[in-house]
Ligand binder design. Structure first.
Ligand SMILES: [Zn+2]
Length: 282
């Protein structure tokens, strides 16, 4: 499970034509007219559906009030947007420029992805995370990094297996390790390294007991091989919140008790694994 993700650097693109060409080219179909429908199949979760469409699960929650509990059931129909963002009503007397300013997105981009409508009643704002509590969270420019610090307290924690390709002992083919294994005693508290919303909290294959948290700016963190899970899907957590405890569930790639920890970024190609060390140093 840890190894099947490709190590790719994706660039989030909105499929928007450059503004300079807009005069000669037809405007794209408005994003809200490009919603597709997904019927939930048995065994699917909000996170697995989001991954399938290269979205973060809060995007689907925001657009589908029936999914805001964080769980979905087979047969349920969900609206799926072409990329991450939120649906926003444009109050009478305000313009698309006001919406762009409020959510700190480029006005020309907002205009184009909403089909170049002069005074739309409802628009789709790209790149803004929907949040269960506040309704929305703007991707406000901030000096504080979205992710920082270690999921384990105590500077003695050492990394038993790093991120990236490695040759397993006795193995012939290199395998990809999509996170890092940080040694810690069973029962140690595992903490979120950024504010976010719990997107998954259950047992999943090789990961064992797994907590997945979606953060602003398209970041995701995964805490695996846990003994106990302390959070629920849809729960909003602050940086430092204890999401579970270190365990040995699933099929860990390191024998000694450890936390398998991942940082992923959302791209057109799906959730791409990054080296967590770079984020933990912030
Ligand atoms: Zn691992």
């Amino acid at each position: 499970m840890h190894y099947r993700w490709l190590f790719l650097v994706g660039v989030l693109s909105f499929g928007v034509m450059p503004a300079m060409q807009a005069q000669e080219a037809a405007c794209p179909t408005p994003a809200l007219s490009r919603l597709s429908r997904h019927t939930v199949a048995a065994g699917e979760t909000l996170d697995s559906i989001a991954t399938k469409y290269n979205l973060i699960s809060t995007t689907i929650m925001g657009l589908n009030p029936t999914a805001r509990s964080g769980s979905v059931s087979p047969g349920q129909t969900l609206l799926i947007p072409p990329y991450n963002g939120i649906r926003v009503e444009v109050p009478t007397g305000t313009s698309i420029k006001d919406v762009a300013a409020r959510y700190r997105v480029r006005a020309d981009v907002l205009y184009e992805i909403n089909g170049c409508q002069r005074s739309p009643k409802v628009v789709f704002v790209p790149g803004v995370n929907w949040s269960p509590n506040a309704g929305i969270q703007t991707a406000a420019p901030s000096t504080a990094p979205v992710l920082s610090g270690s999921p384990l307290t105590g500077s003695t924690a050492s990394v038993a297996l790093g991120f990236g390709w490695y040759l397993p002992a006795g193995g012939e083919k290199p395998v990809f390790h999509s996170g890092i294994d940080i040694l810690a005693n069973v029962g140690s508290a595992v903490r979120a390294i950024g504010d976010g919303t719990v997107a998954f909290a259950a047992n999943q294959g090789n990961y064992g007991n797994l907590v997945v948290i979606n953060h602003q700016q398209g970041y995701q963190t995964r805490y695996a091989q846990l003994a106990k899970i302390n959070v629920k899907v849809g729960q909003v957590v602050k940086r430092g919140a204890v999401v579970g405890t270190v365990g040995q569930s699933g099929s860990p790639s390191t024998v000694q008790p450890h936390l398998h920890f991942e940082v992923r970024t959302n791209s057109k190609l799906g959730w791409v694994a990054e080296d967590p060390i770079a984020f933990m140093r912030k």
